[in-house]
Every structure is written in structure tokens, then in C-alpha cells.
Design a protein around this ligand. Structure first.
Ligand SMILES: *Cc1c(COP(=O)(O)O)cnc(C)c1O
Length: 438
């Protein structure tokens, strides 16, 4: 339906103006505003398979995949069909439906060391609730996170470390009282010694260590096996819970994410993104002895009017079922390897400094000298400036890249070899231009 004001302002520029008049920055989530790259964000009208089409009818090969959820690409027929059928049955009941049980069973089939799942509506909510549960279970207040790991916009986790090894977090957002983050210790990523030292000093006060086992929100900061095993050992020794935030890595790097890829078993897992197949679904899961402490069985309160929403459950089930088909992860691996190889060749040909890191179907192009960074402070600002111009060149060539040097690329099962080759060609040409300009 077109309203009078839609008809009066047909161009994208005016829609952007309208958006900025009615929504902060014209967006519902900050990075969508394209502030760290050149140019204005197009309005997306539709998505199909590996492509999205903007309001002006321009089609792009999509490397964002809605920031991770769309591992099957846009509007996968099996997902759309399941959602349509669910919608016809009703949008929400505020009571338990069969599909909640079916999705929970599928999640626990994969995360077989977990026994219970609680559904929520976002990754942020999953993390917030898992942290509350860890505090409730242990009777302790302090939590540990790592610099460069993102866990959604939970107050207590919107913190950055100051100087020094172990430091109480200072809020990294206005509106978060310092009192809310003083129970959060922020440690440098990848430094097991720092964790050892903190645990030796204050282990009996630490409720949980939360980590993205594959940090993918500030580039792709691949950690060592020893590091993850060390976190597991220290949590066990000091009676703290290890929380794997698998909102990105869950169902992506393997059916049960990094828990499977690293064979390190956390106490609680948070998932989101893929688990809702494009609908707003998050979940936290773990063994019964922890999860049964959540209300109504236990004393840790957590609730949600739309939690376990039937439409989201249907999308999640359909997505996990397609993912479970023979050969799906192998296909993702091949496609992503093809892209990595092409990007590496393109980088080398351009003479620009850089690296292309990849784990499964997650890639990160980093434009700086030396090996790929594995910590946040190792990421240089100069790369971000270069990336800004690269982003515009890629968009002009019909490739939709994440509008920030710190964001990763996601490949879906819908990306064909031909589309990957077009992306490689676009990158080759764009980098060549960039090299000539710099
Ligand atoms: C995206 C993300 C979140 C937050 O999920 P939302 O659904 O955006 O609230 C939390 N943790 C990690 C690791 C994420 O990638």
C-alpha cells in the first residue's frame, strides 16, 4: 500500500531523508547507516538466493546474508513454505506450540552435551539470560569477557578494557552506568596468562567467562585450541561457568558450531542468527542441572511474550533441516574456499597489503601488512580507511559487502560458483583501482 507521503517522495534520497527524520540515523541498527564507508545505504526491496535487490531495481550479490542468519541465502523455498504455513496457523499464541519442541530437539541433537533449551527473541537476550543464569547458578556476581568479543548490547557487556592486563570494564556506551559494568572484567583476547592471573586472584568471585569461541565481530580473530582448552580448565578449577557465545558460529562452522569444531565443551551456549532462519529467534542451552534453575523450575527469572514464536520456530526448523542434508557443509566449505583463494590472488595481484582469513563459510579481508590479526588492538585504522573506498567500488560493481572493515563476509549455500567468480572479478578490479589511487 502506498500512502500519500510515499507517492510524494519517490526517490531514494528523499526516502533516506524521510528515514532520517523518523529513525535515529535512518536505521534500526547502527552499522546499516554506512557511516564507516563512503556513500549512502540503498534501501533493500527484496532478496532471493545469493542476491538482494534495492528499491531502484539494482541487484547485488550479497556477502552480508543479514549478518549471518541467512546460511541458506534469501527466501529459501523450504523456509518460505514453512513460514507461510505457520503464518496461516496464527502469528503468536502466548502458549507452547509443537514447533518449539521440534526446534529444541533439533538443537539438542546437535549440541548433544546440552539437555535443555530456552528460546528468546535475539542473540542479545540469549546472552543476557545466560549471564543471569550463570550468576544464579554460582551465587557469584563477576563475569569475564574479552576485548574484541561482541555479545550484543547487554549493559554489563558493553565494556571495553582500559590499560593493564586485568581491568574493571568502563562502559563503552553512554547510558550504561559504571556501576553496571564494574562486575565485568575485560581481558585481552588470546592471553591465557591474564585469565590465569585473574582467576588465581579472584576465581571464587567469578560467575562466568563468556567468549566468542570464534570471535567474528571485530574481524575474524581466530584463537588457538590451547586457549579454548585453557579457558575450560580454568573455569572448571575455579567453579565458574564457561559460556560459548555461538550466535554467529553456531550451526555455521559445524552443526554444533565451535563446541564441535574445538571439542571444548562449555557449560552454557548462546545461539541466535541461523537458529531463527531469518526470524528474530535466540536461545540459550546447557545441561539440565543448570537450565532447570531457570523459571518456572528454578529461581532465575526469565520470560518473553513472543518467545518461542511459532513463525520463528518454523523458520528455524526448516533452516536446520536443510542444513542437515548430506553434503551441505562440504558445499559451503568449497564455495568459501573458492572465494578465499580468489581474494588472495586478487590481493597479491594488486600489490596492496592484506590477508584473507577464513573459518568454514566466514571470511575476513583485512587490508594491512603482516599476518592476519588475532587480537582487536592488532587491527590497524589505516585498513579501515582503505576499506571505505573498496566498499564503494564493490557496491558499484554489484557486490554488497558489509559496510565496515571490522565486519566479516558470510557465504551461503545459495552462492553459485559463477556468483563467487563475479565477486572475485569485482574484487580484483576494485583492488587494482585502489592500488592505483593510493
Ligand atoms: C549478533 C551477535 C549477538 C547479538 O545478537 P542480536 O540478535 O543482534 O541481539 C551476540 N553475540 C554474538 C557473538 C553475535 O554475533
Amino acid at each position: 500500500m502506498t500512502t500519500a507521503s510515499d507517492a510524494a517522495t519517490p526517490s531514494d534520497v528523499s526516502l533516506l531523508e524521510r528515514a532520517r527524520r523518523v529513525m535515529p540515523g535512518g536505521v534500526s541498527s547502527p552499522v546499516r547507516a554506512f557511516h564507516s564507508v563512503d556513500g549512502d545505504p540503498p534501501f533493500v526491496a527484496s532478496g532471493k538466493g545469493a542476491t538482494i535487490t534495492d528499491r531502484k531495481g539494482r541487484t547485488y550479490i550479497d556477502l552480508v546474508c543479514s549478518w549471518g542468519p541467512l546460511i541458506l541465502g534469501h527466501a529459501h523455498p523450504a523456509v518460505v513454505e514453512a513460514v507461510e504455513a505457520a503464518v496461516r496457523r496464527g502469528l503468536t499464541f502466548g502458549a507452547t506450540c509443537e514447533d518449539e519442541v521440534r526446534l529444541a530437539e533439533r538443537i539438542l541433537d546437535r549440541y548433544c552435551f546440552c539437555e535443555r533449551v530456552r528460546f528468546v527473541n535475539s542473540g542479545t537476550e540469549a546472552v543476557m539470560s545466560a549471564v543471569r543464569l550463570a550468576r544464579g547458578v554460582t551465587g557469584r556476581d563477576r563475569i569475564v569477557k574479552f576485548e574484541g568479543c561482541y555479545h550484543g548490547h547487554v549493559d554489563a557487556l558493553l565494556v571495553k578494557g582500559g590499560s593493564g592486563l586485568a581491568t574493571f570494564g568502563t562502559p563503552s556506551s553512554a547510558g550504561v552506568p559504571a556501576d553496571f559494568t564494574k562486575l565485568t572484567d575485560v581481558l585481552p583476547l588470546g592471553d591465557l596468562g591474564a585469565v590465569e592471573e585473574l582467576m588465581a586472584r579472584s576465581g571464587s568471585e567469578i560467575a562466568a567467562i563468556i567468549v566468542e569461541p570464534l570471535p567474528a565481530n571485530a574481524g575474524l580473530l581466530v584463537q588457538t585450541q590451547e586457549y579454548l582448552e585453557g579457558l575450560r580448565r580454568l573455569c572448571t578449577e575455579h567453579g565458574a561457568l564457561l559460556i560459548f557465545d555461538e550466535v554467529i558460529s553456531g550451526f555455521r562452522v559445524a552443526p554444533s558450531g565451535m563446541s564441535e569444531a574445538s571439542r571444548v565443551m562449555p557449560d552454557l551456549v548462546t545461539v541466535g542468527k541461523i537458529v531463527g532462519g531469518g526470524m528474530p529467534v535466540g536461545a540459550y542451552l546447557g545441561p539440565a542441572r543448570f537450565m532447570d534453575q531457570v523459571a518456572p523450575l528454578g529461581k532465575v527469572y526469565q520470560a518473553g511474550t513472543l518467545s518461542g514464536n511459532p513463525v520463528g520456530m518454523a523458520a528455524g526448523i526448516a533452516t536446520l533441516d536443510v542444513l542437515a542434508r548430506e553434503g551441505t557443509y562440504e558445499q559451503l566449505e568449497r564455495t568459501a574456499a573458492r572465494l578465499q583463494e580468489g581474494w588472495r590472488t586478487a590481493l597479491a595481484a594488486s600489490g596492496l597489503p592484506g590477508s584473507v582469513t577464513r573459518v568454514a563459510s566466514i571470511l575476513w579481508l583485512c587490508l594491512q601488512d603482516g599476518p592476519a590479526p588475532t587480537t582487536f588492538p592488532a587491527i590497524e585504522a589505516s585498513g579501515a580507511t582503505l576499506f571505505g573506498s573498496l566498499h564503494r567500488k564493490m557496491m558499484e560493481r554489484g557486490v554488497w559487502m558489509a559496510p565496515s572493515a571490522y565486519e566479516v563476509t558470510f557465504v551461503s549455500t545459495a552462492h553459485s560458483d559463477e556468483q563467487i567468480d563475479s565477486v572475485i572479478e569485482a574484487l580484483t578490479d576494485s583492488l587494482k583501482e585502489l592500488a592505483a589511487e593510493s
